[in-house]
Design a protein around this ligand. Structure first.
Ligand code: IPM
Ligand code: MN
Length: 357
């Protein structure tokens, strides 16, 4: 098999460049060590794209990503661009890119590392062993629904889901569940919203094709509460765009820091791999951001996009080993830290470990 990979790189704003550099460092170490080749294509998105080209999603980026095998993305946005009109803001660039790429399935694993079981604000016995996969619909729902408008005396957005949109994300959740504990919890607000009732009915239909998977339903408000109360009850959480956005942030705190959680956005073609956190402008440029969510996103890329499963496992093991050895960035400094490391020091440690394993 051809093991020459074209990887799109979108560093973005805030801490984006710092964390993506560490992801690339680890990928370079692995490619040298495991005999595959990486060719990088750097592209613009978000605030930097606005500064350099006037728009958050330049045409070159839309065209560029299509030529890649996968895209690694950092984060976008910051106070500098907060007062722009909505369609010119950095966030619109990211949403537009997801839509253009057709990455409708956003996989957000929330895993609690044993080494960090004391890093959570929750009790160790509640979170030890948590392993949840949030499957978030990413290119539909209220984020994209028309009509939408901001007027003088009112504003509105529309939450729409089509049969096709719900069916295809539900299938992905069931397929993932088959490889895990075979349980899907579909999260909606069917007691209030027609769109959620439709979501639920469609998920039930798709479930007929997956008799081995146990399907349950939960209202989103209850799901938020249950995630904190007893997170181990969940295996796969299947949900829409905005509920998934909110619940995955909540789920990230089970692991101790949002700086740990990766994501993979897949769907029609090229996949987008990114940490679930934002651009953290308050700590940008200081070299203290946690790069593990990005490095872990590289692991997901190797597994899902490049079929380099062994390399992916090496990253996962290296992260566990670094945590077990007490290496921490500042966000985790209070939790059994033996050494507080900078962003690039953590990258060096992981790059070193993946070569030795
Ligand atoms: C995320 C982010 C984005 C989202 C923003 C930056 C548009 O919060 O990836 O979770 O809401 O999807
Ligand atoms: Mn979010």
């Amino acid at each position: 098999m051809d093991r020459n990979y074209k990887i799109g790189i979108i560093k973005g704003d805030g801490i984006g460049p710092e964390i993506v550099n560490e992801g690339m460092k680890v990928l370079d170490a692995l490619s040298a060590n495991m005999g595959f080749n990486i060719e990088y294509h750097e592209m613009l998105l978000g605030g930097l794209a606005i500064d350099e080209t006037g728009v958050p999603l330049p045409n070159e980026t839309i065209q560029g990503v299509k030529k890649c095998d996968a895209v690694l993305f950092g984060a976008i946005g910051g106070p500098k661009w907060d007062n722009l009109e909505r369609h010119l803001r950095p966030e619109s660039g990211l949403l537009g890119l997801r839509k253009e790429m057709g990455t409708f399935a956003n996989l957000r694993p929330a895993i609690v590392y044993d080494e960090l079981v004391n890093a959570s604000t929750l009790k160790a016995n509640v979170i030890k062993g948590v392993d949840i996969m949030v499957v978030r619909e990413l290119t539909g729902g209220i984020y994209f629904g028309q009509p939408r408008e901001l007027l003088e005396d009112k504003a509105y957005n529309t939450m729409i889901y089509t049969k096709e949109e719900v069916s295809r994300i539900a299938k992905i959740a069931f397929e993932i569940a088959l490889k895990r504990d075979k349980r899907v919890c579909s999260v909606d607000k069917a007691n209030v919203l027609e769109v959620s009732q439709f979501w639920r009915e469609t998920v039930i239909e798709i479930a007929q094709d997956y008799p081995e998977v146990e399907l349950t339903h939960m209202y989103v408000d209850n799901a938020a509460m249950q995630l904190i109360r007893e997170p181990k009850q969940f295996d796969v959480i299947l949900t829409g765009n905005i509920f998934g956005d909110i619940l995955s942030d909540a789920a990230s705190m089970l692991s101790g820091s949002i700086g740990l959680l990766p994501s993979a956005s897949t769907g029609k073609g090229v996949g987008l791999y990114e940490p679930i956190h934002g651009s953290a402008p308050d700590i940008a440029g200081q070299g203290i951001a946690n790069p593990l969510a990005t490095i872990s996103s590289v692991s997901m890329m190797l597994k899902y996009a490049l079929n380099e499963e062994e390399a992916s496992v090496k990253i996962d093991n290296a992260i566990k080993k670094a945590l077990a050895n007490g290496y921490r960035t500042g966000d985790l400094s209070a939790y059994d830290a033996k050494e507080i490391c900078s962003t690039s020091e953590i990258g060096d440690i992981i790059a070193n470990y993946v070569c030795k394993s």
